[in-house]
Design a protein around this ligand. Structure first.
Ligand code: EPZ
Length: 418
């Protein structure tokens, strides 16, 4: 297994280009199942999770061609004959569960292994299933699989989500676009990735309004047609590089990003004393002084994103003063903290709250990535630490960060993958 070796202490300087969003491309790939013919997705990042989703679509009978150099995926779905997703792929990546809505809508039946929990939490899918049954599907579970089946067509319904779940909103939306009649999803998630999915569905001929608000309205259509779609830039990758610049006392231009999607991160960094300049599709981050401690609480969009919590915890270990971080979304998303403490961070955990004593000089150490964003947090810590940090299990990082060591080296960081 490869590891990252990082020699910290270099202020990052230069320009980094952000890739297409992992959490937009995964639902976009699932949405291809809603139609026959050839769909083209553009500005696709070369990520482990993207390859996993491509393999899943291929296992259902689609013909998938991922041209990594051109950053383009072509998906031919006329030959989708299967309606069962294989266990080993769903077990690798929870987002595989997003094929359930499209398969149910298109074929009237979908069998998908119940996704297991993962490092950050139990990750139930009850809201997804509640939505499918409201649309007229019969849900049965057994032998680790869940099956949704409908005779004929799904019927539009009014669905209230107990929690604004991103995945449930996406899955239900993809089922509703081919249902008969109108569907209203209330207390829906409003993340930019939801808006991006709705944009793609509308370009396929769907009738969707309200994406980006907490109420999404759908008028079902009989058939959708293939489309070409370019996914939005990855706001979490962008936020991660913003913190890298701020933590190392550098100055970095983050290109191909939408400041509008990063408001809570920009607000918190400005509160911490980081100088941030926003331009049309670029953000300039300049660390003019040691950052000040700030308090952070994760919330569904437009609140502070849970996917930035681990990276922010690492950043606050360098701030002056004591910070408080509260993780309200997932029940076990502090796995990075024990690893950061091995590097000298002074952090106390009390339930869902982490108290971070700032101003600590982190020391290089051997640490382990436990999940995708925890791995990113450890890379950030390594960039500031004295001497050498060795990070193992970096396949977690490869799931969501394209060419991370190349992008960091281009900014002056001393990082290699061995
Ligand atoms: C998406 O996961 C993202 N993944 C996650 O990013 C992100 O952390 C999360 O949204 C929150 O923003 C993708 O988009 C592929 P949720 P998802 O359903 O859809 C509870 C990353 O690092 N819940 O919004 O699984 C659940 O337990 C990944 O890129 C239910 O109770 O997140 C959790 O506490 C990690 N019942 C909360 O909602 C359900 O049916 C948020 O989950 C569904 C969810």
């Amino acid at each position: 297994m490869s590891v990252f070796l990082i020699d910290g202490g270099i202020p990052l300087k230069g320009t980094v280009r952000i890739s297409g969003a992992k959490n937009a491309i995964l639902p976009a790939l699932a949405a291809c199942l809603l139609t026959d013919g050839k769909t083209v997705l553009k500005d696709v990042p070369n990520l482990e999770d993207v390859h996993t989703m491509c393999n899943l679509l291929a296992s259902l009978g689609a013909r998938v061609n991922f041209n990594v150099e051109k950053r383009e995926i072509t998906i031919e779905t006329t030959s989708v004959i299967e309606d069962t997703a294989p266990y080993e792929l769903v077990n690798t990546m929870r987002a595989s569960f997003l094929v359930m809505g499209p398969l149910l809508a298109r074929k009237g039946r979908a069998r998908v292994p119940l996704p297991g929990g993962c490092a950050i939490g139990s990750r139930p899918v009850d809201l997804h299933l509640k939505g499918f049954s409201a649309l007229g599907a019969t849900i049965t579970t057994g032998h680790g699989y869940v099956e949704a089946r409908v005779n004929g067509r799904l019927t539009g319904a009014r669905i209230y989500l107990d929690f604004p779940s991103v995945g449930a909103t996406e899955n239900i939306l993809m089922a509703a676009v081919l249902a008969k009649g109108q569907t209203v999803i209330e207390n829906a998630a409003s993340e930019p990735e939801i808006v991006d999915l709705a944009t793609m569905l509308v370009s396929m001929g769907a009738n969707v309004t309200g994406a980006g608000t907490d109420t999404i309205r759908v008028i079902g259509t009989d058939k959708l047609h293939p489309t070409e779609h370019m996914v939005i830039p990855d706001r979490i990758e962008a936020g991660t590089y913003m913190l890298a610049a701020a933590m190392t006392g550098g100055e970095v231009n983050i290109e191909n990003t939408m400041a509008d999607h990063l408001k809570p991160v920009i607000a918190k960094l400005r509160e911490a004393g980081v100088e941030i300049t926003e331009e049309f599709n670029r953000i300039n981050v300049r660390a003019v002084r040691r950052p000040k401690a700030v308090d952070v609480k994760t919330h569904p969009y437009p609140g502070f994103p849970t996917d930035m919590q681990a990276q922010m915890t690492a950043f606050l270990s360098q701030a002056e003063g004591t910070s408080m971080v509260v993780e309200t979304i997932f029940e076990n998303r502090f796995m990075h903290i024990n690893e950061l403490k091995r590097m000298g961070a002074r952090i106390k955990i009390d339930g869902r709250t982490a108290i971070i004593e700032g101003g600590v000089q982190l020391m290089g150490a051997q640490v382990r990535a436990t999940d995708l964003r925890a791995g990113a947090a450890l890379v950030l810590a390594g960039l500031c630490a004295k001497d050498r940090t060795e990070i193992s299990e970096i396949h977690h990082v490869d799931r969501g960060y394209e060419a991370m060591e190349q992008k960091l080296r281009a900014l002056g960081a001393r990082i290699v993958r061995v």
